[in-house]
Design a protein around this ligand. Structure first.
Ligand code: ASP
Length: 580
């Protein structure tokens, strides 16, 4: 090595030794006659002192330094650094590679415009605050491999050049030169391969897998992202939940000060919707939705009564603790928010005592109804009740969004808490209004709840059929999704038919899976965890781009390489492709 030590390891024990360090010039401070320089590498920082004020190097030059370790003068130690009690006195600084003028200060890269950061990602990644995210990512991946290996999971790579896989997004296509006019699709997930691995008898599979989905980029999406993909044979839901919980428990042990209680709480989809207005409920705080039901019957408030009388309508609400001092302007803000979410209005009541409410519409509610409302929400004087009246699904959806919005606004979501929960029993299908047909809610390989299938399939009440799909939710984000699968060819064909895939199409797209099912397919199921998102949440970061070494920007472009970019006419010709 061109060094005797790294920049993160010299301590008082090394005093008197002659050492050679390599790294980048972090900061230079000229104290008239004495120049202080911090040398930085992946392992840490070491202070160098050079007498004779010649600075022939500058920030981000790559240098090699030889000198003697000595104690820092009393009062100048930096106890936050491992190397904070020593410095290296050196006159021998050799510039290995000089740096060009910098587009931004490395230490402040996170405050820089994101496209510039991504264009000079190598400089951004020198920033220890950015670099540490990738070290955590590395550790998490090692933990995953260790835990799953111990549990007999085998890591298998599946193809990147493959056939369209059905996760509901648009495919990235790769033209074939050898078979002109034909295309590979990049996998949206390894879904079908992992199922085939179960038919192959591997019993337990995992992969830290790249997935590709050509979707319109919402704030926190990337065209390529990483999943921990898993599949097990002969399982019941509890077995898989146990493995995932243990893996996450070990991952959190890597993060100092964090620990996890298992098993994670479980909610059915319907329960999650009724209580939190979301299929990914944030359980770090309460504020549960309550249906107001009979109390409204006693009121003279026409809007509420009409909604209930119309059939299928409900009145429900949430209680914002300490929200009673809200200003008129902030109330208007909450009303606007609710309308943007689809509500026709928002009723509010300030809780003034254990049995009384204050609101422009309070006069329509007899005293007994007011007391009942306070009681229902367990509200205290000074709280604010927010009520919505509409069809049930819309009411729940708006209240779910309002619950999060109001909790963030009032700052009542505790930080540093990691709250996991399972959501189970999702609907098997959702109705596609545009195309007037049923779609799979998860993907079409998800097993139905057997009793529901038998009961509702004959009458065509597809919306009532629950599935054996589950999600894992962390602090209100869906971080994993999976299901027990269909392993019966006939049932699989019926599901394809229900979502409007005729036999011919099904055979063309998934014939190989149906074929495999003819040869003794074991009952199986699995899950995929979004590694980027889990890391971002654990590290308290807003964007998954912070935990990906070379992410694309919000326009699905890589500012560093300039990809995607045009290709030459020759390449297009070889592929038999003409750009329109
Ligand atoms: N393939 C699914 C997904 O990517 C996960 C699964 O069902 O295991 O969401």
């Amino acid at each position: 090595m061109l060094r005797t030590h790294t920049c993160g390891e010299l301590t008082e024990k090394n005093i008197g030794q002659t050492v050679t360090l390599c790294g980048w010039v972090d900061t230079v401070r000229d104290h008239g006659g004495l120049v202080f320089m911090d040398l930085r590498d992946r392992y840490g920082k070491t202070q160098l002192v050079r007498s004779g004020a010649v600075t022939d190097y500058k920030s981000e030059d790559c240098v090699q330094v030889t000198g003697t370790v000595r104690a820092r003068p009393k009062g100048t130690e930096n106890l936050k650094l491992v190397t904070g009690k020593i410095e290296v006195a050196s006159d021998a600084v050799k510039v290995l590679s000089a740096g060009a003028p910098l587009p931004f200060e490395v230490q402040k890269s996170r405050q820089t415009n994101e496209d510039l950061r991504l264009q000079y990602r190598y400089l951004d990644l020198r920033n220890p605050d950015v670099q540490k995210n990738l070290f955590t990512r590395h550790r998490v991946c090692q933990t995953i491999r260790r835990v799953l290996d111990k549990r007999d999971f085998i890591e298998v790579e599946t193809p990147i050049l493959t056939k369209s896989t059905p996760e509901g997004a648009r495919d990235y296509l790769v033209p074939s030169r050898v078979n002109q006019g034909e295309f590979f699709a990049l996998p949206q997930s390894p879904q079908l391969f992992k199922q085939i691995l179960m038919v192959s008898g591997f019993d337990r599979y995992f992969q830290i897998a790249k997935c590709f989905r050509d979707e319109d980029l919402r704030a926190d999406r990337q065209p390529e992202f990483t999943q921990l993909d898993m599949e097990m044979s002969f399982l019941e839901e509890d077995d898989l939940f146990g493995v995932v919980e243990e893996t996450l428990k070990e991952i959190l042990k890597d993060t100092p000060g964090l620990s996890l209680k298992t098993p994670f709480p479980r909610l059915t989809y319907q329960e999650a919707m009724n209580r939190f207005g979301s299929d990914k409920p944030d359980l770090r705080f309460g504020m549960e939705i309550k249906e107001v039901g009979t109390m409204v019957g006693k009121s003279e408030f026409k809007i509420f009564e009409d909604v209930i009388a119309a059939g299928g309508g409900v009145v429900a609400g949430i209680c914002l603790s300490g929200g009673g001092d809200i200003s008129r302007k902030d109330i208007d803000g909450l009303i606007e928010f609710s309308k943007a979410e689809g509500a026709s209005g928002l009723a509010y009541f300030k809780v003034t005592s254990a049995s009384a409410l204050d609101s422009p519409i309070a006069k329509f509610f007899p005293a007994v109804s007011q007391a009942e409302l306070v009681n229902l929400f367990g509200a205290k004087p000074g709280d604010l009740l927010l009520l919505i009246a509409d069809q049930k699904p819309k009411t729940l959806k708006v209240l779910g969004a309002l619950r999060l919005h109001a909790a963030k606004w009032k700052n009542i979501i505790p930080g540093g808490v990691f709250n996991f929960s399972w959501v189970t029993d999702f609907p098997l299908f959702k109705y596609n209004e545009e195309e007037k047909r049923w779609d799979s809610e998860h993907h079409p390989f998800t097993a139905p709840n057997e009793a529901d299938w038998k009961k509702f399939k004959p009458s065509g009440e597809f919306g009532k059929i629950r599935s054996r799909a589950y999600d894992l939710v962390l602090n209100g984000s869906e971080i994993a999704s999976g299901s027990v699968r269909i392993h019966d060819e006939a049932l699989q064909k019926e599901i394809f038919e229900t979502i409007g895939l005729n036999a011919k199409e099904a055979a063309a797209r998934f014939g190989f899976l149906l074929k495999a099912f003819e040869f003794g397919a074991p009952p199986h199921g699995g899950i995929a965890l979004g590694i980027d998102r889990i890391l971002a949440i654990l590290l308290g970061l807003d964007s998954i781009r912070e935990v990906i070494a070379f992410p694309k920007n919000q326009k699905a472009v890589c500012p560093m390489t300039g990809a995607p970019s045009p290709v030459s006419d020759r390449q297009l010709k070889e592929l038999g492709i003409k750009i329109r």
